[in-house]
Design a protein around this ligand. Sequence first.
Ligand SMILES: Cc1cc2nc3c(=O)[nH]c(=O)nc-3n(C[C@H](O)[C@H](O)[C@H](O)COP(=O)(O)O)c2cc1C
Length: 404
Amino acid sequence: MTAGSHNTALSLVHASDEVDGVVVLTLSHPPANTLSNALVSELTAKLVTLATGPNAPAVVLTGAGERFFCAGGDMKEAVDFDANVMVERMAGFHALLCALENYPRPLVCAVNGWCVGGRIEMALFTDVVYAAVGARFVFPEIKHGMLPAVKGISRVRSVAGDRAARRLLLGGEPVDAATAEAIGIVDQVVERNELLATAVADARSAAAKSPAVFAALKRALHSDTTGRPDEEQLRVTLADARTVFNDPAAFRSALAQFPSGVTIVTTRSETGTLHGFTASSFAALSLEPPLILVCLDRGADRFPVFMAAKHFVVNIVTDAHADLALKFATKGENKFADGNFELDEAGNPLLPDAAAVISCELEQAVPGGDHVILIGRVRDARTGAGKPVTWYRGGFLPLGERAA
Ligand SMILES: Cc1cc2nc3c(=O)[nH]c(=O)nc-3n(C[C@H](O)[C@H](O)[C@H](O)COP(=O)(O)O)c2cc1C
């Protein structure tokens, strides 16, 4: 019997829908979320599946219920302490720690109650650990004749230091969240009612960072090349540099071969402030129903406003708007200061002399890597007299005579 051979019809790890590049995985094994073989193998499989998808999300790991984040190994399964059962069980757990360690995207842990044994080891293979004020941490294995995984033991030692690791592992006594923070196994203690929101917000902001750089940093942090020969460290650096720099450059250069139109996409926030950004990713999506799309960078300052917006307007710009389009592509500018815009019936800004103005309701926001695809249901479309300008190889290019 292997950890993976347990067949349970009931899912023990609930995966939320992906929102803003973040998936919440909730251990759900009442009453104490024990790490049964089935739960370990299901969690491992979920992480591996998420990691190998085209756009792996950031993951927040938490436990269902109030009292237990996770009560460690399932003692019912270890009742006979049969060596073969224990060996396979520990092999399954080791595989889970490897899946956590190798997860390329942000992993944030939200500890909502007792965090016991193997569950601490798991938390230590995530990137950030938040704990609720009442959380407790304990390695009880020494009191039950059980063994933590060696991979977990060395991780506890490298994170908390030798003295604290000895106290935790050899003493078997619980420590509270503040002590766990002081010895470094928790990054921050927060109020219970703020725990999940804090963890999700952190994961969301980490998810907006460059996936290639994030993955390279995690690889380097986990492989710890300290003391290895210089040539080996250089080889790893160069391999990472190729992944991070070369491929995106080739990709960008290929994309620059595609001439596109230029739009300024605008909206109005709930508090009445006006927002906009220059976008060349506009495209028609559907005639019936009338849908368009535009891709918005998750790193843009306007991102939260557009995600919360009910309406937005796509203004297709002309040669005369080149400077304005550059202004709307620059961070921090007071973009509406020159008064080029009028307000439509819904109060959204539109450019009266644009080549075309398309007013939309936000129908859907679909995650796509470091961008989100805003799908708009067209409510109004007007054509202006101006000739649209194109964007090609990083510059504006007026359309030729044939487009007149
Ligand atoms: C020609 C051109 C096209 C652009 N297309 C897009 C786009 O499709 N989506 C996007 O999110 N940003 C695009 N940008 C970049 C944004 O305009 C820029 O990042 C924006 O000003 C961010 O502003 P903010 O961070 O102040 O919100 C484009 C920039 C230029 C110059």
